[in-house]
Design a protein around this ligand. Sequence first.
Ligand code: ZN
Length: 121
Amino acid sequence: MHEMGIALEIVDIATASIPEELKGQRVARINLTVGKLAAVVPDSLRFCFDVAVKDTALEGAELVIEEVAVTARCRDCGEQWAIDGPAFSCQKCGSGQIDILSGRELDIRSIEIEEDSEAPA
Ligand SMILES: [Zn+2]
């Protein structure tokens, strides 16, 4: 299970990216994008996140995970499609010369901070 390491990293990055003037405000939500090839189990990442935020500035924040499909493109015919298995050959011409365009990402998209004066976006 490598989700705990990832959760700790998210906490580190998110904590560091809160602007100085907003420190001390409650973090409502962290929006994360996870590609299906990143081999992360969303449920166990959420669980680890809840453990990792204990006693940090992020305690109580909700981790929202958006899963991104794996997209491949054929170098031979240019076909582009979403795949969900490890069968990495072109569905149109059968070529094995394909590029993975997305699916490996693990990015913090945005951090939502609870502000008293403004309605959440
Ligand atoms: Zn092809």
